[in-house]
Design a protein around this ligand. Structure first.
Ligand code: FEO
Length: 400
């Protein structure tokens, strides 16, 4: 989109679409790109809420100038978050608008200096403080660790718009539509969960604190820094975030296998078939070597059941499985059911690593039987894999 889009009276989306970056944070694939949403709040004074990745500054500024006119300045830049997908343009923006005052909190100040050597015109605000723009009043809510220590949200009291930065946002460019009632939300909700689970989810306790802090705030529009703007059902995305950060899961199972020659995959498929026979109809089977870990983590965050099936590689779990387990340990997920299946030919240590993972990852319940095979599954191995699938199905039925 070439021009600003009105979000509410006096508030405009001036964000950009990034289809150039293939990996967000150099880690997470972007099959349909990502949007960096900036917003212009135009009262007697003008405030820009967050910037965009540096490469896209021209696009942002051209939208602002088409809206305001060439000579009208931006008075304030509100920095909700310092990760460079939002802060990357600050230094150049400050040179384009020398009178720009940078509104941020105490945690942000040192980051501004460390990232960009910006120290001039920095205005430090406190939690709950307000700035009157004349026609719009901005109130600031400090929400540390959603996603970094300096993270905060900005609320326009006049239009009841919450600029939530990373929270409630997700991957995917805005392709024409920018509002939840203009786009296919089934796609974006999947990408919002992928963003949450991989990037913010480790800090679920802090997300809960932030949601509680916003409990009495009348929110008509949720305007995140990525993905669609929620104006038709703002409470829906807040409710989803609340559920995800409470580790509330849906009744389904994810089975992830790491299989060099297809033998361990056969065990995974036997468990999946039994889950289906037992009428569990949300089953996702991932090949750890071929499906990107961010999608696997997203699906594991969603569903209550997880079965890991790994072969052995050089005495260790198959490397993509080891990588997945390390990610899962870092995310601090809770309240899942887990089953484990291992395969080895000459080094029998696989079950110990799987079991250590299952027992040390927060509050996961290890289901029986543990399935261990040598080289290729025999009839009794298929029977055991099916038994694990059946046991998990019976536990999952309890939550259906
Ligand atoms: Fe979208 Fe934490 O940056």
């Amino acid at each position: 989109m070439n021009n600003a889009v009105e979000v509410a009276k006096g508030i405009y989306w001036v964000g950009v679409n990034d289809k150039e970056t293939d990996l967000f944070e150099a880690l997470w694939p972007l099959p349909r790109g990502v949007a960096y949403n900036s917003y212009l709040v135009t009262g007697e004074k003008v405030a820009l809420i967050d910037t965009v990745k540096a490469f896209f500054l021209t696009d942002l500024v051209s939208k602002v100038k088409r809206l305001l006119g060439e000579d009208k300045p931006i008075d304030y830049l509100v920095v909700n978050h310092m990760e460079p997908d939002h802060s990357g343009s600050i230094k150049i923006l400050k040179t384009l608008y020398p009178g720009l005052k940078i509104i941020c909190n105490g945690q942000t100040v040192k980051m501004l200096e460390n990232f960009y050597s910006v120290t001039d015109d920095v205005v430090q605000i406190k939690d709950g403080e307000e700035i009157d723009l004349g026609g719009h009043v901005l109130k600031f809510f400090l929400t540390p660790m959603v996603h970094w220590p300096e993270t905060m949200m900005t609320y326009d009291k006049t239009t009841k718009t919450l600029f939530s930065c990373d929270a409630f946002g997700g991957f995917g460019c805005l392709e024409g539509g920018i509002f939840d009632d203009e786009v296919d939300m089934s796609y974006y909700e999947g990408e919002i969960l992928r963003y949450f689970s991989n990037i913010v989810g480790r800090y679920s306790d802090q997300v809960q604190t932030a949601i509680a802090k916003l409990g009495d705030v009348d929110i008509k529009i949720v305007a995140p820094s990525h993905g669609p703007i929620h104006r038709s059902k703002p409470e829906h995305i807040i409710r989803l975030y609340d559920r995800w950060s409470r580790h509330e899961t849906e009744c389904g199972a994810v089975i992830v296998y790491g299989s060099m020659y297809g033998n361990t995959a056969k065990l995974a498929n036997a468990a999946a078939r039994e889950l289906a026979r037992e009428e569990i109809n949300h089953i996702i089977v991932h090949d750890a070597a071929r499906d990107h870990v961010s999608f696997i983590i997203r699906d594991i965050w969603r569903y209550r059941g997880l079965i890991l099936a790994s072969c052995t590689y050089n005495t260790m779990p198959f490397p993509p499985m080891a990588d997945l387990m390390a990610h899962l340990e870092n995310k601090k997920m809770k309240n899942r059911l887990i089953g484990i299946m291992g395969n080895y030919t000459w080094s029998p240590g696989i079950m110990k690593r799987l079991k250590d993972f299952a027992q040390t990852s927060g509050k996961w319940e290890l289901l029986s039987p543990e399935v261990v095979i040598q080289s290729s599954p025999k009839d009794e191995d298929y029977t055991k894999a099916a038994e694990l699938g059946k046991n998990m199905a019976q536990r999952l039925k309890a939550c259906q």
